[in-house]
Design a protein around this ligand. Structure first.
Ligand SMILES: [Zn+2]
Length: 595
C-alpha cells in the first residue's frame, strides 16, 4: 500500500505564548504563590511538635472498633431496605417542596436531608450513581448520638455502562463537623455531574472516564452537633484529621490520638485500601487557602515534596478556575501556609503507601499516592447562606450566582480532570466514514487531563490500533504553558489525505507533562511518587491492589495517549461516488455505486 501523507497544513492551535500560571513559570518560582490574605480565626492545625504532649506509641487506648472490619469480595451497594425507606422520605419531601429537592441558591443540609438527597441522586441516575455506607461495605460500627445511628455515606459517580477500570479520585467533606460548607460543595458537584451527563461534553467525559468517590460528610456526629471533633473512645474527643496513619510520631513527639481511633478515619482508610486514588481533595473551612503536601511535622524543615511540581501546577489551576469570588486563593504547602499536623489526611493520602517508614504499619494500603490537597473554602466555617451562591453558571469563574459552592465545584472539577490524560475529537461528526482518495480531510482534536502538550499529531494506518501501529502521521505540534489542556482547551487541527483505497484507522495522539518530573530540592530526595506523575512518565503495569477480589484495580503507565480511533473507508476518486462531497460540508448523501 502506498503511503498517504499529512497535508502539511500549519498547526491550528491558538497562540503558544506563556501567560502567568504556566508550568514553566511555576517551576521557576521558588516560593509558594502567596501568603494567606487572612489569618485563620481558628488554629486549624494547632501548633507544632512543641505544643504536643509526649505520648508514645505504647499509650494506645483500647479501641472496641478494631478487629475484623473487612467483608471480603463484597461489592458495596445501597441496602435495599434503607433505600426504600429513604426514598419514601424523599418522596414525601419532594411532594412538599414542589418537586425540587434543591433550588438555587444553595442552602445547608442536615445529616437527614443529605441522606434523602443521596437516595434521590441514585434513584434519578441509577446508571451513574451508587450510594452506600462504610458501615455496610466495611462492617464498621455507626457513630452513636443518643439512640441515633449515624453512618458514613459514600457516593460513587461513574458511567457504569463503561466499566470500572478507570482512574479513581476521592473528594472528602466535613472531616471537621463545624466546617459545614464543604458538604454543600460535594452535594452540588454530584448534582452537576449527573444532571449534565449526556448534555455537557466535558462533564460527560469526566463521568465516562473517571470513578469519582465522594465522602460528603466524613464526620456526621460533628456535623450534627456543629463541632469540629468526632467520637472516639468518648463522644467529641477526637480530631479525625489527626487520625490518619501517617506521621503519627516524629521529632520525639506523637499525635494526641491513637491511629484510626475514629470511625470516620477508618471509613476513609478502608475505602483507600480498595482503590488507587490519583487525586484526593479534602474540603475544610475557617480560612481560604489551597494547601498541599507536605503538611506534617516530619517534613516541616523542608516542605517540598518529591511531587511538588505537579502539586503546585494543579494547585495553581484550581486557584485560577476557582476564580475571584472573595479573592483568588493562595496556594502552597500546608506546613508553610498553615502549620504542621500529625496524622493529617493530605500527607497520609500522598505518602502512606511509599513512605512506609513514617506510616503506621498496622494500616497498609497500596492506594495512597494521591496528589493530595486540603482546600480551605471560607474564612467563616459556616458562611451565611447568601454567600454559598447558586447553580446558574457553575462553570464560569466569577459568573452569575458565584459563591463559595460554585467556586469549589470548579476546584473539584479541576482535580477530577487531571487524573489521567485523554484525547477527544473536536470534529468527529464532520469526518465522513467513506471518502474518495486524495480528499483533504480536516481533523480537529483536544488533549485533556494534562498541563502541557509536549507532542501531538494524528496517526493512521491499516491497523485498528493506530496509536501504537501506524504507517503515517502528521507533523508534530506542541503547546507548553498557557494551559492548552484545560477550560477552554486548545483545539489542535491538521488535515489528512489518503492516496490509495483501503480501510484506515486514525487517531490523534499526544505525549504530555514530562516536565512534571522536574524537581528542586525534594524531601525526601527521591523521584516523583504520585500515581498522576508516574502513570504519564513511565510505561507498563505500575500499581495494583486486590483487597476485594471482585474489584482489582491497576494503574498502567503510558507515554503516548490517543482518542477512540476513527475508521475510514477510502474509495477510488473517480466513478465510485456521487452526492454531496465532504468539501461541500455534507456527509449524509455519500453512497457507493457500481463503476
Ligand atoms: Zn478543618
Amino acid at each position: 500500500m502506498a503511503p498517504a501523507s499529512g497535508s502539511g497544513r500549519p498547526p491550528g492551535r491558538r497562540g503558544g505564548a506563556r501567560r502567568p500560571g504556566s508550568l514553566a513559570g511555576r517551576r521557576r518560582r521558588p516560593a509558594p504563590a502567596g501568603a494567606p490574605r487572612h489569618r485563620p480565626t481558628h488554629t486549624h492545625r494547632g501548633g507544632g511538635p512543641g505544643r504536643r504532649g509526649l505520648r508514645g506509641r505504647g499509650a494506645r487506648r483500647h479501641d472496641p472498633h478494631r478487629g475484623v472490619r473487612v467483608r471480603p469480595a463484597r461489592r458495596a451497594g445501597f441496602p435495599a431496605a434503607r433505600c426504600r425507606a429513604a426514598l419514601l422520605v424523599a418522596g414525601a419531601l419532594l411532594a412538599g417542596a414542589g418537586g425540587s429537592l434543591r433550588a438555587a441558591p444553595f442552602a445547608y443540609h442536615t445529616y437527614d436531608s443529605m441522606v434523602v438527597q443521596l437516595a434521590q441522586l441514585e434513584s434519578d441516575h441509577p446508571e451513574l450513581v451508587e450510594v452506600f455506607t462504610a458501615q455496610d461495605a466495611y462492617t464498621l460500627p455507626p457513630d452513636l448520638d443518643g439512640g441515633v445511628e449515624l453512618e458514613h455515606w459514600i457516593v460513587r459517580i461513574t458511567n457504569e455502562a463503561l466499566g470500572f477500570a478507570k482512574p479513581e479520585v476521592l473528594l472528602v467533606g466535613t472531616q471537621h463537623g463545624d466546617e459545614i460548607v464543604s458538604l454543600e460543595v460535594l452535594l452540588a458537584l454530584a448534582d452537576l455531574l449527573t444532571d449534565s451527563h449526556g448534555t455537557h461534553p466535558w462533564l460527560t467525559e469526566l463521568v465516562d472516564r473517571r470513578e469519582i468517590f465522594l465522602v460528603p460528610m466524613a464526620n456526621p456526629w460533628g456535623h450534627r452537633h456543629g463541632v469540629r471533633s468526632s467520637p472516639g473512645a468518648e463522644p467529641g474527643t477526637e480530631d479525625m484529621n489527626r487520625d490518619h496513619p501517617y506521621d503519627r510520631c516524629s521529632g520525639g513527639f506523637c499525635s494526641d490520638t491513637d491511629t484510626l481511633s475514629t470511625v470516620g478515619a477508618q471509613a476513609i482508610h478502608e475505602l483507600a485500601r480498595r482503590h488507587l486514588f490519583r487525586v484526593m481533595l479534602d474540603y475544610h473551612g475557617g480560612v481560604e487557602l489551597i494547601l498541599h503536601t507536605w503538611g506534617s511535622p516530619l517534613h516541616s524543615g523542608n516542605s517540598t515534596s518529591p511531587d511538588d511540581t505537579a502539586l503546585d501546577a494543579l494547585g495553581q489551576r484550581m486557584r485560577t478556575y476557582g476564580g475571584p469570588y472573595n479573592g483568588f486563593l493562595p496556594v502552597g504547602t500546608a506546613n508553610q501556609l498553615l502549620g504542621p499536623a500529625y496524622g493529617p489526611l493530605d500527607d497520609s493520602a500522598y505518602a502512606t503507601t511509599w513512605d512506609a517508614a513514617n506510616a503506621d504499619p498496622s494500616y497498609p494500603t497500596e492506594g495512597w499516592r494521591s496528589l493530595a490537597y486540603t482546600i480551605e473554602i471560607s474564612d467563616d466555617k459556616t458562611p451565611p447562606a447568601s454567600t454559598l451562591g447558586g447553580d446558574a453558571d457553575l462553570l464560569t469563574p466569577g459568573g452569575l450566582e458565584d459563591g463559595y459552592v460554585p467556586k469549589h465545584v470548579r476546584t473539584a472539577l479541576a482535580g477530577i480532570d487531571i487524573a489521567e490524560p485523554y484525547l477527544v475529537w473536536s470534529n468527529r461528526g464532520a469526518i465522513p466514514s467513506i471518502v474518495a482518495a486524495e480528499t483533504v480531510i480536516p481533523v480537529e482534536w483536544q488533549v485533556r487531563g494534562c498541563f502541557d502538550v509536549d507532542e501531538t499529531r494524528v496517526r493512521w494506518g491499516s491497523d485498528p490500533d493506530p496509536l501504537n501501529v501506524f504507517e503515517n502521521e502528521t507533523p508534530t505540534q506542541s503547546q507548553t504553558g498557557g494551559e492548552p489542556c484545560f477550560e477552554p482547551p486548545t483545539s489542535f487541527s491538521d488535515a489528512v489525505t489518503f492516496d490509495e483505497p483501503g480501510i484506515y484507522w486514525l487517531t490523534p495522539t499526544a505525549r504530555v507533562d514530562q516536565a512534571l518530573l522536574a524537581q528542586g530540592n525534594p524531601n525526601p530526595n527521591v523521584a516523583p511518587q504520585s500515581f498522576v506523575v508516574r502513570s504519564r512518565t513511565e510505561t507498563g503495569l505500575l500499581f495494583s491492589e486486590s483487597v476485594d477480589a471482585s474489584e482489582v484495580n491497576t494503574i498502567t503507565g503510558q507515554l503516548d495517549w490517543g482518542a477512540e480511533p476513527l475508521r475510514i473507508e477510502v474509495v477510488f476518486a473517480g466513478g465510485f461516488l456521487f452526492g454531496d462531497g465532504f468539501e461541500s460540508g455534507g456527509t449524509s448523501a455519500w453512497s457507493l455505486t457500481a463503476p
